[in-house]
Design a protein around this ligand. Structure first.
Ligand SMILES: [Ca+2]
Length: 340
């Protein structure tokens, strides 16, 4: 994943020399966009935004819960660590585990987490964005064992229609009736069992990449836009599973461990500017969540290359000599709009 991210960033920063004549006089300094395709920095789209869930632990009163900190599968099952117990209460800050604890900074607050109510079978986590963004990958870090089954879905029209991006299950055939790894119909989504093991019981990850690492594609081309553009992202947790250590301790079966818990919900992506901006400002309709963050990824492009619009999707007035084009992210050609 890191290599792929690096490749895309390198590609997005690739420059090609620009002749002086195509730089209009008196335009603002073009920085990283001068003479080449450019893109705003990537970040966590969930940070500073409202993430919603169906339930939260201790929403009405104090609720006891137990968990396992077993981070690796023990060589001998008998050497499993014992459960630890605590309680949650959403009215007491030190015992609250709200959805916002998943989207805070994983570096500054590595130990804050969201937790569902005890006994829920399914949960839906949803991120609603105020405009279109590019989404490249998702990383979830669980505090409970990862679900035995879950789905990732996205919308490109503010929640009117949804498409499944990925299926995750311990047994793809059994849960979804899908053969592992083979693309489903037109959507091309696949099912994987890689991220659904019961171990580790804490800090297990689920990772989804919107483009496969060997896929060479222009990030501003129509194919990538269709694959990467989102307005909403939804994760459906469909089946819980217990930490296998729970069976190894007498009496542990009755402990309250029936919940989902997640440390981090990281939605890697960027503002969508068609290769014509390296900076974005708050889009209309943006509502700041209560959490403070310096690393917001905003949605309205500060357009360069004589382009205009929230996503630099058209030429600025008086620069319509040629039809508008997205920049080319592979070879770096900026496709600057020219004056008439
Ligand atoms: Ca956190």
């Amino acid at each position: 994943m890191r290599l792929w991210t690096l490749l895309v960033i390198i590609r997005m920063c690739t420059s090609s020399p620009l002749s002086e004549t195509s730089m209009p006089k008196g335009s603002p300094p073009e920085s990283r966009c001068a003479g080449r395709a450019c893109n705003p920095r990537m970040g966590n789209l969930a940070q500073g935004r409202v993430l919603s869930t169906q339930s939260v632990c201790g929403s009405n009163s104090s609720e006891p819960f137990c968990f396992y900190k077993q981070t690796v599968e023990p060589r001998i099952r008998e050497s499993c660590s014992a459960a630890q117990c605590s309680k949650c209460n959403s009215a007491i800050p030190s015992q609250a585990h709200p959805p916002s604890a998943m989207s805070d900074s994983s570096f500054r607050y590595p130990d804050t987490w969201w937790q569902s109510a005890e006994g829920v079978k399914e949960e839906t986590l949803q991120l609603d964005l105020e405009t279109e963004f590019l989404f490249t990958h998702l990383i979830l870090v669980f505090r409970s064992p990862r679900p035995a089954a879950m789905m990732l879905e996205r919308s490109q029209d503010h929640g009117h229609t949804w498409k499944t991006l990925g299926y995750f299950a311990r047994d793809c055939e059994d849960v979804f009736g899908l053969a592992e790894g083979s693309p489903v119909g037109e959507s091309g989504a696949t099912c994987t069992s890689k991220y659904s093991g019961a171990f580790p019981c804490a800090r297990g990850e689920v990772i989804y990449r919107a483009l496969s690492p060997w896929h060479s594609v222009d990030p501003y081309g129509p194919a990538a836009q269709d694959q990467l553009m989102i307005t909403n992202l939804r994760v459906r947790l469909l089946q819980r599973q217990l930490c296998p250590c729970q069976n190894k301790h007498p009496g542990a079966a009755v402990l309250p461990t029936d919940h989902y818990a997640i440390y981090d919900f990281i939605v890697k992506g960027s503002c969508l500017c068609n290769g014509h901006a390296d900076q974005c400002v708050p889009a209309s309709g943006f509502q700041h969540s209560q959490q403070k963050t310096n690393n917001m990824v905003h949605g309205k492009c500060v357009c360069r290359h004589n382009t205009a619009g929230d996503h630099c999707e058209r030429c600025a007035p008086l620069y319509n000599d040629q039809p508008w084009q997205a920049a080319n992210g592979i070879i770096g050609t900026p496709h600057v709009c020219q004056s008439e």
